[in-house]
Ligand binder design. Structure first.
Ligand code: ATP
Length: 234
């Protein structure tokens, strides 16, 4: 059975329709990368999947169960976790404390602090530093580690490489590639870097003005088709 399915999802901010009729399916170990220009609706879509944005029509199914009506914390318990845009860490707390907060509401599963540190070894030397003192790449690693500690089946990663140095992006994607190779978790990744998205994704979804412009395996499209879709050129 499909692990995660979204059917005809529409999301509104008041009178504005930010996402219109998006559908996706995803299985364990698969990666969907969402690309699209600023304002295309990517963050709204991710927040709707996490249950943070609630003004939606359509259906969200996890393991065949309709979870559309569930609040964010209930979805986390069912196995959906998000690393949000801007990371949203507690900057006065240490890395360890930021990570362990996630364990409080976690469903049972294989992730614990040692496993997060194996996946993101760059966090080991800074585990007792305040999160406010970290670099962008380190913050991103903490945010993803925190999401993993809730033992997700579906991991939502918004703006993975935004604001990170090339070396930091490399480090984060090295860890994400290892996660993907394990094959247990499905990932939905919003990625500004087109090359990175094409490289990492099993499926890409290009959004423009809230709609699907293009959706499928990266090698099913020419570079020109993808860039035209990115800029909403028909
Ligand atoms: P970015 O890359 O700039 O984050 P995005 O693709 O993630 O863009 P969204 O942030 O989802 O796009 O925004 C989609 C549309 O919804 C935009 O027109 C934006 O102005 C609008 N929007 C986003 N958040 C709100 C909000 N809280 N209230 C009203 N309108 C909003």
């Amino acid at each position: 059975m499909t692990l995660f399915a979204v059917e005809d999802l529409t999301c509104r901010h008041g009178l504005l329709t930010a996402v219109q009729g998006l559908s996706i399916t995803l299985n364990r170990g698969e990666v969907l990368c969402i690309i699209g220009a600023n304002g295309a609706g990517k963050t709204t879509f991710m927040r709707a999947l996490a249950g943070v944005h609630r003004n939606t029509d359509g259906r969200i199914l996890l393991d065949g169960t309709d979870i559309t009506g569930l609040h964010a914390f209930e979805r986390t318990r069912r196995g959906i976790a998000m690393s949000p845009e801007g990371r949203r860490l507690f900057y006065d707390l240490s890395v360890r404390e930021n990570l362990l907060i996630a364990s409080e509401n976690a469903r049972p599963g294989p992730w614990d602090l040692p496993r997060v540190l194996d996946t993101f070894p760059q966090l080991r030397p800074i585990i007792d530093l305040a999160a406010g003192n970290l670099s962008g790449g380190q913050r991103q690693a903490v945010a993803i580690g925190r999401a993993l500690l809730s033992n997700p089946d579906v991991l939502l990663l918004d703006e993975v490489s935004l604001g990170l140095s090339p070396a930091a992006v490399e480090g984060v994607y090295h860890s994400l590639a290892a996660l993907k190779a394990e094959g247990d978790i499905a990932m939905i990744v919003v990625e500004q870097d087109l090359n990175r998205a094409l490289d990492f994704a099993d499926t890409i979804l290009c959004m423009a003005e809230g709609r699907t412009e293009l959706q499928g395996a990266p090698d099913a499209f020419s570079r020109a088709q993808i860039t035209d879709a990115y800029f909403g050129i028909h």
